[in-house]
Design a protein around this ligand. Structure first.
Ligand code: ACO
Length: 332
């Protein structure tokens, strides 16, 4: 499995998801804030989203998706070497949600850490996790994107509450023959624009207080228009960058799996790139924006539906808080 340069291939050996039980439709939201199904569908493409029940947290979704990915890969929990959880809505500031997942799934031998890169988290975590496999340090790396955004959403703010949903997706990474699996990765960030998308309070800058809670500073704050423009630009440039890395063109893409934030963002980026819609996975209508969980859930659905076949050239792309962006190229 080692190539001439001594680096071995790393691919996705198994996938799993956790789709929470509560279905919240646009019609339900019409009763909560001044909005309409028509506005939400036209401006975002979202029809409904899934939410957790009160007793559930991010690690519960992450653990369910992880166990499913391990079963899909035929790998026992005790053989997992590393768990990486990407989340913008972890169970707590610390310990890492990855540690909680490790205990829940029984991966007692695994090292654990979290990655906080907003909606780009899963793509970053795939790029990072794959390095451990490529160098030969680890054989089984579990990468999870998991969110309970409903916990950090202001349900009185129509500008944001119509957008988000909860969920999780997981991928088990392992060695594959050289030249297959994850063959390209492009990551980036622009911290000078961090204020455009953030959760202002609860950290060291603005610790939790009665005032911060009263002011709603423990919820997602976003400049939607500015993030929209950034998203269209970076989805395009991030896909181009990973294609260049692999010596490919948009015409070579068999399937594009974009972060599901807004259907108009996906459509604009695909138009720029010249990738037809039938080569793009879209499920935002059913789940909304599940942040770091959106790409693995969409990937799992595509595989389940038989849309990904051996040898296909698959590109994953995401953007999010940071601001951050990332893309991954896979020879399936
Ligand atoms: N229902 C009805 N009207 C609404 C709603 C709503 N839910 N939300 C906003 N409006 C109103 C606005 O108040 C505004 O009214 P006004 O003109 O009287 O002020 C009008 O609709 C138009 O608002 P815009 O902000 O121009 O709407 P836009 O077409 O830009 O869509 C949206 C807003 C959907 C938020 C879009 O900007 C977007 O998707 N941005 C990117 C969001 C994103 O991708 N976030 C990143 C990830 S989040 C994360 O990392 C956790």
């Amino acid at each position: 499995m080692r190539g001439v340069d001594g680096v071995r291939g790393c691919g996705i050996k198994g996938l799993g998801v956790s789709i929470p039980p509560v279905r919240l439709t646009n019609y339900d939201l019409e009763k909560m804030v001044e909005t309409s199904d028509e506005w939400i569908v036209e401006r975002t493409g979202i029809k409904e989203r899934r939410l957790v029940t009160p007793e559930m947290a991010t690690s519960d979704l992450a653990a369910e998706a992880s166990s499913m990915a391990l079963e899909d890969a035929g790998v026992a929990p005790e053989d997992v070497d590393l768990v990486i959880v990407a989340s913008a809505s972890p169970d707590m500031l610390f310990p890492a949600t990855a540690c909680l997942v490790q205990a829940k799934i029984g991966a007692a031998r695994a090292a654990c850490f979290d990655m906080e890169v907003g909606c780009t988290g899963f793509v970053y975590a795939l790029a990072v996790g794959s390095q451990f496999v490529k160098t030969g340090l680890y054989d089984n790396v579990l990468v999870v994107g998991a969110e309970t955004l409903s916990r950090i959403t202001n349900w009185k703010d129509r500008n944001t509450c119509v957008l988000f949903g909860d969920g999780a997706g997981a991928a088990l990474l392992g060695p594959v023959e050289d030249g297959r699996g994850i063959i390209g990765a492009h990551l980036g960030a622009d911290g000078s624009a961090a204020d455009l998308l953030r959760l202002p309070a609860g950290g060291s800058r603005l610790p939790a207080s009665h005032e911060t809670v009263d002011a709603g500073l423990h919820y997602v704050h976003m400049d939607g228009k500015a993030v929209f423009k950034f998203a269209v630009k970076t989805m395009n440039s991030a896909v181009q960058a990973v294609l260049n890395q692999c010596g490919k063109t948009p015409q070579d893409v068999d399937l594009l799996i974009p972060h599901q934030a807004n259907l108009r963002i996906i459509d604009s980026a695909c138009q720029y790139l010249g990738i037809p819609r039938d080569k793009v996975v879209v499920n935002i209508d059913r789940y909304g924006n599940t942040s770091s969980a959106s790409v693995p859930i969409a990937l799992w659905e595509a595989v389940k539906d038989g849309r990904v076949n051996r040898g296909d050239f698959v590109v994953l792309v995401a953007f999010g808080a940071g601001l951050s962006w990332g893309s991954i190229a896979i020879s399936w």
